[in-house]
Design a protein around this ligand. Structure first.
Ligand code: SAH
Length: 213
């Protein structure tokens, strides 16, 4: 598992691309500059690691596009020490970004193959989430709620109520909502019963599926 000067150089360029696309949160940019994204992909595809594109990671899933990861993390408004729930662990790249920022991360994945692979892989890079869960993201993680933020990294056909219910007051749910194309939507809990809703344009994710396999 090598991280060379070439990789580091390519990462710097990726960070510049993300800045040009409007990402300004320095913590997020620093995390992307630090994390060896090529190691989250199969070794045959390292050339694709530092272009701003999503990429297949097996089990019909993808590692999200760097811009998308950056944008979602920026919208989440995460700070060191925050307790964050991620839905859709996948390759673990988004998990690593949250950990670099100093969050305590809980992440749920419904594909057992990916769950097992990523659980073994992240500690090899020194990334230690609080908990990786093989389960259904639609129900969130009641036993650890409430959270300082929840990020959904798959396209949700509707907004699952349990996720809204598991936010602290002041916390945000960042969730792409829709079918083939999704609208990046941010809900901020403003009181025990009230939520603000904001929208941030179109994105394309693999779908948030029901029933684990
Ligand atoms: N955060 C990931 C993105 C992975 S793509 C990364 O950085 O690589 C979305 C992931 O959501 C896939 O791994 C998929 O298996 C998972 N997923 C789909 N439906 C889910 C559900 N109901 N609960 C939890 N995970 C789900």
């Amino acid at each position: 598992m090598k991280d060379t000067f070439t990789h580091k150089g390519m990462r710097k360029k990726l960070v510049e691309v993300l800045k040009e696309k409007g990402i300004s949160n320095t913590e997020v940019l620093k995390a992307i500059n630090t994390i060896p994204r090529h190691l989250f992909m199969d070794s045959g595809f390292v050339d694709h690691a530092y272009v701003d594109k999503a990429f297949p990671i097996g089990a019909d899933q993808t590692i999200s596009q760097p811009y998308t990861v950056a944008k979602q993390t920026e919208l989440l408004n995460v700070r060191a020490g925050n307790k964050i729930l991620e839905i859709g662990t996948g390759s673990g790249y988004q998990t690593a970004v949250l950990l670099e920022i100093g969050a305590k991360v809980y992440s749920i994945e419904r594909q057992n193959e990916l769950f097992k692979k990523t659980k073994l892989f992240l500690p090899k890079l020194g990334y230690r989430p609080k908990k990786l869960i093989f389960g259904d993201g639609y129900i969130g993680l009641k036993t650890e709620a409430p959270f300082d933020g929840i990020v959904v990294t798959a396209g949700a056909p509707f907004v699952p109520n349990p996720l809204l219910a598991q936010l602290k007051v002041g916390a945000k749910l960042v969730i792409p909502v829709g079918g083939d194309v999704q609208i990046m939507t941010v809900f901020t809990r403003t009181s025990a019963t009230e939520f603000d809703k904001e929208e941030f344009g179109e994105f394309r994710f693999v779908p948030l599926l029901e029933d684990k396999n």
